[in-house]
Design a protein around this ligand. Structure first.
Ligand SMILES: C[S@@+](CC[C@H](N)C(=O)[O-])C[C@H]1O[C@@H](n2cnc3c(N)ncnc32)[C@H](O)[C@@H]1O
Length: 350
C-alpha cells in the first residue's frame, strides 16, 4: 500500500507457445522485460506478473517463440469455469476459443482433433453472439482451455501479420500425398510472409528429402533444384519441374550448380544451425562465383534446428550469421508447424 491509501494493482500477461518451448519463451521474455516475474506455466501456456499496473503496457514482447501475447482478464475453475468468465466478455467482442498445445506438432495421436474440448465446452455453455474474425487494431478475447475444469480468459491486440484464426494458428492441412510434414512449414511461411509466388519461380532447396516442401512449391508451378544425400519421394523425383542433386551441400561443385540461378533458397537440413549455415555459405559462394551480379537470389526460407533447446540463447548469433551470408530484412519466428526449430524469412538478399 502506498501512503495515500492507493493500491498498485499488478498486471498479468499471458503467452501461448508450442508444447516444449515454455522455458525458451520464459527466458526470452524475462531477458527483454526484467520488470516482469514469471507466474504460472502449463505446457504451451504461461503467465507473467508486472508488480506495478502503472508500468508501460507491453504490447509486443521480444519473443520469437511466443504465438499470442496479451493481458490476463480472469480464469475459471471447476464445473462453472466457463460460466464465471462469460460476464467478463463484452457482448459483440471478438472471441477466440482454443486449447493450449498438448503435443509437439506432428506427435498428435491418431484421431486427435485440436480444440475439440473447448468446442464442446462452448456448446454446452451456450456461448453465442461473438464474432471470431478480428480486424487489425481490434482486441480479441482469448478463451483458452488449460485443463479439465480450468479455463483462462485474456485479451490481445490483433496486429498486422497475425492470423485471424484462434491462437494465431493458420488452418493449413497436410495433403495425404505430401511426402513429409515439411510441406506445412513451407506453406505456413508463404501464408505468413506472402512473398510473390509466380509459376516458374526458381528455387534451390538444400535438405529437400523426402520432398514435402518441394511438393508445396511444385504444386505452384515452381522449378525446384533439390539437394540432399537421401532419396526423395518418387512423386517429387518424377515431377518435370524437379531436378535432384543427391549430395550433401558442402560437397556441391560449380558444375553441379551451373544451370541453377535460384530466386529463392530454402534450407531445411537436420544439422546444428552454424553447421547448416556453413554449408549454405559454401553454396552461396558457388552461386556468386557462377552468376556474379546476375545472381537472381532474393528470398530465403531458412529452418534452423535447435537440437537442444539451450541453443535458443544463441539465436542472435545465428541471425548475425544469416545476415553475414547476405540475407536481409529478416523475420524470425517459430512457425506453428515447426518442431524443435525456428524459422527465418529473408525478404531480400544482397
Ligand atoms: C527435416 S529433413 C528435410 C525435409 C524436407 N525439406 C522436406 O520437405 O521433406 C532434413 C534433411 O536434411 C538432409 N541433410 C542433412 N545433412 C545435409 C547436408 N549436409 N546437405 C544436404 N542435406 C542434408 C537430410 O538428409 C534430411 O533429408
Amino acid at each position: 500500500m502506498i501512503g495515500s491509501g492507493f493500491f498498485m494493482t499488478p498486471r498479468f500477461y499471458y503467452a501461448t507457445c508450442q508444447f516444449g518451448a515454455e522455458k525458451t519463451v520464459k527466458d526470452e521474455v524475462l531477458r527483454a522485460h526484467p520488470s516482469l516475474r514469471f507466474a504460472f506455466s502449463r505446457p504451451g501456456f504461461m503467465t507473467f506478473k508486472e508488480e506495478s499496473g502503472e508500468a508501460p503496457f507491453i504490447q509486443n514482447p521480444e519473443s520469437i517463440f511466443t504465438r499470442v501475447w496479451g493481458e490476463s482478464v480472469g480464469q475459471g475453475k471447476g464445473e462453472d469455469a466457463l460460466q464465471s468468465l462469460i460476464p467478463l466478455i463484452p457482448k459483440g467482442s471478438v472471441l477466440h476459443a482454443f486449447e493450449r498445445d498438448t503435443f509437439v506438432p506432428g506427435d498428435e495421436p491418431e484421431g486427435f482433433v485440436q480444440n475439440a474440448r473447448i468446442k464442446k465446452l462452448m456448446e454446452s455453455g451456450g456461448l453465442q453472439g461473438f464474432s471470431n474474425a478480428p480486424r487489425v487494431g481490434e482486441y480479441v478475447f482469448d478463451l483458452i482451455y488449460l485443463d479439465e475444469g480450468h479455463v483462462f480468459l485474456g485479451k490481445h491486440l490483433h496486429q498486422d501479420g497475425m492470423e485471424p484464426a484462434p491462437g494465431n494458428q493458420p488452418l493449413i492441412s497436410l495433403p495425404a500425398t505430401a511426402p513429409s510434414r515439411a510441406y506445412l512449414k513451407l506453406e505456413e511461411a508463404i501464408h505468413r510472409f506472402k512473398p510473390e509466388c509466380k509459376a516458374g519461380t526458381r528455387v534451390l532447396e538444400v535438405g529437400c528429402a523426402p520432398g514435402g516442401a518441394s511438393t508445396a512449391m511444385l504444386s505452384r508451378g515452381f522449378k525446384v533444384t533439390g539437394v540432399d544425400p537421401k532419396r526423395v519421394d518418387p512423386s517429387v523425383h518424377q515431377n518435370t519441374g524437379f531436378q535432384f542433386i543427391q549430395k550433401t551441400a558442402k560437397t556441391l561443385t560449380r558444375d553441379d550448380l551451373k544451370t541453377a540461378n535460384p530466386e529463392w533458397l530454402v534450407l531445411d537440413m537436420n544439422l546444428a544451425p552454424l553447421e547448416a549455415l556453413d554449408e549454405i555459405h559454401h553454396v552461396l559462394e558457388l552461386l556468386r562465383s557462377i552468376h556474379g551480379s546476375k545472381l537472381a537470389l532474393n528470398k530465403g526460407f531458412l529452418t534452423l534446428k535447435l537440437n537442444d533447446w539451450k541453443f535458443a540463447s544463441s539465436i542472435p548469433l545465428y541471425l548475425k550469421r544469416v545476415s553475414e551470408l547476405g540475407f536481409r530484412d529478416l523475420a524470425a519466428v517459430q512457425l506453428c508447424s515447426n518442431r524443435q526449430e525456428f524459422f527465418v524469412y529473408a525478404d531480400s538478399f544482397k
